[in-house]
Ligand binder design. Structure first.
Ligand code: NAD
Length: 496
């Protein structure tokens, strides 16, 4: 059985731990590898190596740092098919979706290769007589990243390329459920020229995350995952003075107005509710149908019934398996609870027949109508292929309904009315807003964001905002005397 290695000081090393867990193909239950829960000494060694490497890396020219990411993006492109196959095997999503996962991370790598102009400071000339004030954006030291299972390529790539391009060193803790594609990406990063110690990887779960939160030599933590764990990480890591940003759970709503392009809106809803088996933080698990758009439910159900459920590597698959048996059981129990709670089950995806993948963690598309706050299927993040339909009479009522939900990750409206779309963008409370775009994840020219229970910390995880997260602003106020000037009296006042 192959084992997933740690990366410490440029070497891929076998953990000395006694605690391991299996990495399992969720479509077949085949054990692909074993992943270690790193020991305290191994975490300490990874952080020390990052701390030592920082001494020289922070002084490496900005262009030399960025050029590594130019090479890295090329290596990712050349290995795209192999990376996608590995991702699908351990995570379950379709091959097309796996390539999308890698591609959205690749865009951040491309951004890291162009970071120079973003890391520039500011200058104000002559703030007082003969005095200039300017800022430096300096790297902060050892940074750490903790990532979830659902985007094992994109989310690690949100983190270490930007941190390292800014001159920091990094300790990454990938999801223990699917660490293999992350490790392959890390191997390629070393091949691109990242020096020993600049990027380190430790594996594990709760204990390893807590050790990262507590370590005094780690200066910043970027976390992506559930609201429960993210809230814990935010508080615990802040206690030791770290900068912390946590992108967390979601319950995203779409609004469909009756003037929407029906075909486009329904197809987009299916993709956003059921794609990746609903395991996207930007999925749309709740749709508010306004007025006559409620008449479209039978058509939506028929379209959902036609989606193909199979292993992610099978051609033509629309919906792959859930990540684990536990996730499947959890989703099935939500569906049972939805029925008991009084919602109308329009389509039941439990126990689908999936020829050739009888042991996989499959749940097919499931649709409830008549869903209301107070029902667990509405109040909690299911993270499975379950779509909740809600009825509203007007756009105002639909927006108020969305704003009543504590989460604020993403939302989308489907309409042909510019006035309705503009009202929506002005009034709705969420980080990412789509107008006839179901999953509006911003490209790295912008930053991902979030509000309410979906985010803690103020700066986004990639894009231009993250430069401020991964750097310390130093403000310098300078006066130079030219040699010919006569020294005046010693100035003891506080004015310039
Ligand atoms: P998770 O919170 O269970 O795990 C995230 C990370 O935390 C993993 O590395 C895991 O090892 C670690 N962890 C798990 N339990 C822990 C504990 N008790 N103490 C300390 N660390 C712990 O999340 P997940 O199930 O891997 O991912 C799905 C969640 O992530 C969903 O809630 C989804 O909405 C969210 N997500 C959010 C975004 C975003 O940008 N807002 C993006 C992707 C996923």
């Amino acid at each position: 059985m192959s084992t997933v290695k740690l990366l410490i000081n440029g070497e891929f090393v076998e953990s000395s731990t006694t605690e391991w867990r299996d990495v399992i193909n969720p479509a077949t239950q085949e054990v692909l590898a074993r992943v270690p829960m790193a020991t305290a000494a191994e975490i300490s060694a990874a952080v020390s190596s990052a701390r030592n490497a920082f001494k020289t890396w922070r002084k490496t020219p900005i262009g030399a740092r960025a050029r590594i990411f130019l090479k890295y993006q090329q290596l990712i492109r050349e290995n795209m098919k192999e990376l996608a196959a590995l991702l699908t095997a351990e995570q379950g999503k379709t091959l097309a979706d796996a390539e999308g996962d890698i591609f959205r991370g690749l865009e951040v790598v491309e951004h890291a290769a162009n970071i120079g102009s973003l890391q520039m400071g500011e200058i104000a000339n002559n703030v007082a007589s003969g005095v200039d004030t300017y800022t430096l954006q300096q790297p902060i030291g050892v940074c750490a990243g903790i990532t979830p299972f659902n985007f094992p390529a994109m989310i690690p790539l949100w983190m270490f390329p930007m941190a390292i391009a800014c001159g920091n060193t990094f300790v990454l803790k990938p999801s223990e459920q699917d660490p293999m594609v992350t490790m392959r990406l890390v191997e390629l990063a070393l091949r691109a020229g990242i020096p020993p110690g600049v990027l380190n990887v430790v594996h594990g779960g709760e204990d390893v995350v807590n050790a990262i939160c507590d370590h005094p030599d780690i200066k910043a933590v970027s976390f992506v995952g559930s609201t429960r764990v993210g809230t814990h990480v935010y508080h615990r890591a802040s206690q030791t003075g770290k900068r912390v940003q946590c992108m967390m759970g979601a319950k995203n709503h779409a609004i469909v107005l009756p003037d929407a392009n029906k075909e486009q809106a329904l197809n987009n809803l299916l993709g956003a509710a059921f794609g990746a088996a609903g395991q996207r933080c930007m999925a749309l698990p709740v749709t508010v149908l306004v007025g006559e758009a409620n008449d479209w439910i039978p058509e939506l159900v028929e379209k959902a019934r036609g989606l193909k459920i199979s292993g992610g590597a099978e051609p033509g698959t629309d919906i792959g398996p859930l990540i684990s048996c536990a996730a499947k059981e959890r989703v099935e129990s939500f569906i049972a609870g939805g029925i008991e709670g009084g919602a109308k089950l329009e389509l039941d995806g439990r126990r689908p027949e999936v020829p050739g993948y009888e042991g996989g963690n499959f749940v097919g598309p499931t649709i409830f109508s008549g869903v209301k706050p107070g029902m667990a299927i509405y109040d909690q993040e299911i993270f499975g292929p379950v779509l909740c339909l809600v009825r509203a009479a007007t756009l105002d009522e639909a927006i108020a309904f969305i704003n009543g939900n504590p989460n604020g990750n993403g939302t989308a409206i489907f309409t042909q009315s510019g006035a309705a779309a503009r009202k929506f963008q002005e009034e709705v409370e969420a980080g990412q807003i789509g107008i006839n775009v179901p999953i509006p994840v911003p490209v790295p020219l912008f930053s991902f964001t979030g509000s309410g229970a979906s985010k803690l910390g103020d700066l986004g995880p990639y894009g231009k905002q993250v430069i401020l997260f991964y750097t310390q602003t130093k403000t310098i106020t300078a006066r130079w005397f030219d040699d010919s000037s006569v020294a005046g009296p010693v100035n003891t006042t506080i004015s310039l």
